[in-house]
Design a protein around this ligand. Structure first.
Ligand SMILES: [Ca+2]
Ligand SMILES: [Ca+2]
Ligand SMILES: [Ca+2]
Ligand SMILES: [Ca+2]
Length: 251
């Protein structure tokens, strides 16, 4: 083995050791969390925190400006998401839910039911649910125009009693297959089961004023294309993997 090869292997191992977690294991819960912006539900004790700390757009924010972490649990019928977000200014400057919703404070949940990857910009191959402060969820439809998908996601947030800058955001998400269409909204969500793997990513659009999104911070590192890491709303191949497990202790 030559010196260059050893150096390359060591460098590769170092990159691997520093890489963010791309896989998250979500445990099954017998009791469903109440979607009320309070994290006291026993279900949340079952899951592990994972960070929202990968910069997709903008400068690295200070810890007062933005910090975030999340947990996921599941039942046969839904995924449940808990996000704990520290944000110095909570703001919604576009009252129309379909207007520039990414330029307001927004929790963005990316789901690819069959983990196929691939383009989903104007299709339901995968979903990029932009959950707004008014708890409406929006994604592009099959014509590439924004539409609400409020029957897919129920969400609620509240300021934490520990700190006014911290908000607790809970969401219950029905998992729709790629057969969902704009014309037949009666497509059924899939029944979830142990061992299922979904494409998954979470991000937060941080706006603190009238100038729009200042930071976009995600749960997973994204390989840039021409220097652009903001690929999640276009390409499901950049999502990580969410595996549904019976329990974390039974691994
Ligand atoms: Ca709750
Ligand atoms: Ca902020
Ligand atoms: Ca898909
Ligand atoms: Ca903000």
């Amino acid at each position: 083995m030559n010196k260059k090869l050893i150096t390359n292997l060591l460098f590769g191992a170092l990159i691997f050791a520093c890489a963010p977690t791309l896989a998250y294991e979500a445990p099954l819960t017998e009791t469903t969390p109440s979607i009320d912006g309070r994290a006291s539900d026993p279900a949340w004790q079952l899951a592990e925190w994972a960070p929202i700390d990968q910069i997709i757009l903008g400068e690295t924010p200070s810890t007062e400006d933005f910090q975030g972490r999340y947990k996921v649990v599941w039942t046969q019928s839904k995924l449940y998401l808990l996000a704990e977000i520290t944000d110095d200014v909570i703001i919604d400057t576009h009252p129309d839910p379909l207007d520039s919703y990414w330029d307001d404070d927004t929790l963005e949940v990316f789901i690819d039911e069959d983990k196929s990857g691939g383009n989903h910009l104007a299709s339901y191959n995968a979903f990029a649910y932009h959950i707004a402060l008014d708890n409406q969820s929006v994604d592009f439809n099959s014509d590439g125009k924004p539409r609400t998908l409020n029957d897919h996601v129920t969400s609620s947030w509240k300021r934490s009693e520990e700190s006014g800058n911290k908000i607790i955001w809970e969401a219950a998400i029905s998992i729709y297959p790629d057969t969902f269409t704009d014309t037949d909204n009666k497509a059924n969500p899939v029944k979830l089961q142990t061992g299922k793997k979904l494409g998954f990513m979470l991000a937060y659009c941080d706006s603190d004023g009238f100038s729009g999104r200042e930071h976009f911070i995600g749960s997973h590192d994204v390989e840039p294309v021409n220097g652009d890491k903001n690929r999640g709303y276009i390409d499901a191949s950049v999502f990580g993997t969410l595996t549904l497990v019976k329990s974390l202790s039974a691994k």
